[in-house]
Write a protein that binds this ligand. Structure first.
Ligand SMILES: C[S@@+](CC[C@H](N)C(=O)[O-])C[C@H]1O[C@@H](n2cnc3c(N)ncnc32)[C@H](O)[C@@H]1O
Length: 247
């Protein structure tokens, strides 16, 4: 079994949670919004857009994108439970979101079929070949289409979650190719690491112009009631990027 097979198996199991907690997710979905920085950066691109969301997971972001004015959202994910539960929720709310079971980076979509690719919140770390993924996003976007990423900052794997002081984990390196996830939900999955420079260079080399790049102190996800010093506002925990397809 390869690292990526283990990741897929971990997600197949972890995603069952979305079906088990379907009622709670439906309630959450009624008022769920993107982060303020996401709404702000996407303001120009989301209205009337045909959106593709690779690694759509629970799909709550898609409902928020539809409420912000997206014409449609297509979520792609290889986890059957994620796809099933996200489709049921979107149908229950009558929002224009569809889901397909797809093993990325190949999407199976026609050239130039999307105005906006939205992804992140634990997505790019599962991609073994970032260049292939970005080339596929470039291919499916229309000219001048936008790629938006709101993702954990590449330094996040280094922070400990101690409440008194943030420390650097002795078993991690910023320059490592990856590590095995040892927390919920995808414990045992292999996370591919890239430095911020590698991520941005990859986007530029795929044929995009970067229009927005920012680092933020708040994580996109906090497990349970945990309060880590690493989230006290002094360290980067997320990164947002908007890039436009050239040509
Ligand atoms: C952290 S979750 C989802 C992120 C999503 N934005 C969310 O908040 O739910 C990661 C998702 O990526 C999916 N995934 C990971 N690698 C994938 C791949 N190669 N192809 C398709 N889906 C993948 C998993 O099944 C999982 O649902």
């Amino acid at each position: 079994m390869t690292d990526d097979d283990r990741t897929r198996a971990a997600w197949a199991a972890a995603s069952m949670k979305y079906e088990r907690e379907a009622n709670e997710h439906l309630e959450l979905a009624r008022t769920y919004r993107l982060e303020p920085v996401e709404e702000q950066v996407l303001a120009r691109d989301v209205h009337g857009a045909e959106v593709v969301h690779p690694m759509s997971g629970h799909g709550l972001d898609d409902l928020a994108l539809a409420r912000l004015g997206a014409a449609s959202v297509l979520g792609l994910d290889y986890s059957p439970a994620a796809v099933r539960s996200a489709q049921q929720r979107a149908d229950a709310l009558g929002l224009p979101c569809r889901y397909r079971e797809v093993a990325l980076p190949a999407t199976g979509l026609p050239d130039g079929s999307a105005d906006l690719v939205y992804t992140g919140k634990g997505a790019l770390i599962w991609v073994a070949d970032l260049a292939a993924f970005l080339a596929e996003m470039h291919r499916i976007l229309r000219p001048a289409g936008a790629l938006f990423v709101y993702e954990a900052h590449p330094l996040v794997p280094l922070w400990t979650w101690e409440p008194d002081e943030a420390r650097v984990r002795a078993d991690r390196s910023y320059f490592a190719p990856g590590h095995v996830n040892d927390t919920f939900p995808a414990g045992g999955a292999y996370e591919h690491q890239r430095t911020l420079a590698q991520m941005v260079t990859g986007v530029l080399e795929a044929g995009f112009a970067v229009e927005h790049l920012a680092e933020h102190p708040d994580p996109f996800w906090k497990p349970g009631d945990l309060r880590a010093a690493a989230w006290d506002g002094r360290l980067p925990n997320t990164v947002s990027l908007l890039a436009r397809r050239l040509g």
